[in-house]
Ligand binder design. Structure first.
Ligand SMILES: [Zn+2]
Length: 279
């Protein structure tokens, strides 16, 4: 038992050290995409494998008294549903903005009470950060959240497990990061998002930076022009389809693996083997 424990401590330290190989930036949600994301794919998501051009825009660290309402206007004009990973203490301060976002069909999710580094905290402190925010969201919207995102993407494998068990949350990271918290200017934010986004992407940005909000009109236009469709993170997860297994292409097939079959009206009636569902 003690050996186990020791092993775990080592493992956890490796994760934390890995995450901190370069120091956590002073600003929010910097960079690190994920740590130890592989252990349970049904709990942790960086992106979702979907069969269609669906993506989820996510906005962290709000609500902001001035910027979040602007963003909500913009999302409404584009008929886009987004997901907001909110800070509990901001929810307490501006619960009417969170209520509006929920009313307009956006998903509200837990991003801790005060944005600490959860990967370095005691279980009780993490629990309190999440519970207080869960309660604030419930008070503002009448609904409890089902997703959480750890500040800075920092969370241990063990925390993921018990948070999932206790709160029922799925842990949401991201695969597209425009580093908007560095305030590189709206054009850069837009171009980074456009370059990296693909079907199933979870796009990270922050509704507390003016440049991010300025970037969004042309970002939404350009993503729409590429054919992307916007859903909430929970909707995206519900669309998940299994990834193609690397084995057994259909006999005789030498088409590229990622060829997407056009939607044919019905399965072939030819007596084909009951093999290989696409993915
Ligand atoms: Zn954050």
């Amino acid at each position: 038992m003690s050996v186990y424990r020791l092993l775990f401590v080592c493992f956890a330290s490796v994760i934390v050290v890995g995450a901190g190989a370069d120091p956590l930036p002073a600003t929010r949600d910097a960079g690190k995409k994920t740590q130890a994301a592989a252990e349970d794919p049904s709990i942790t998501f960086n992106s979702v494998h979907v069969d269609g051009p669906y993506i989820a825009m996510t906005f962290d660290d709000g609500p902001s008294a001035t910027l979040t309402p602007k963003l909500l206007d913009l999302l409404a004009a584009h008929h886009i549903k987004a997901t907001f990973f909110v800070i509990g203490e901001n929810v307490a301060e501006h619960s009417e903005i969170v209520a509006r976002a929920a009313r307009e069909g956006h998903e509200i999710a837990n991003h801790s009470w005060s944005h600490p580094n959860l990967g370095k905290m005691s279980g009780d402190s993490v629990r309190s950060q999440l519970q207080r925010t869960d309660d604030a969201i419930q008070n503002a919207t009448g609904k409890r959240p089902t997703l959480m995102r750890p500040p800075y993407g920092s969370i241990t494998a063990r925390e993921k497990r018990w948070i999932h068990d206790e709160f029922g949350y799925q842990i949401i990271l991201w695969d597209v990061d425009p580093y908007d918290w560095k305030r590189p200017g709206p054009a850069v934010v837009r171009n980074r998002i456009l370059k990296e986004t693909q079907p199933g992407s979870i796009v990270l940005s922050h509704d507390i930076h003016p440049g991010t909000i300025e970037a969004m009109p042309s970002t939404f236009d350009a993503l729409e022009a590429k054919g992307f469709k916007f859903v909430t993170v929970s909707e995206l997860i519900r669309m998940a389809v299994p990834r193609a297994s690397p084995s057994s292409p259909p006999p005789g097939a030498n088409a590229p693996m990622q060829a997407v079959p056009s939607p044919s009206p019905s399965p072939s009636l030819a007596p084909s083997p009951p093999s290989s569902p696409r993915d």
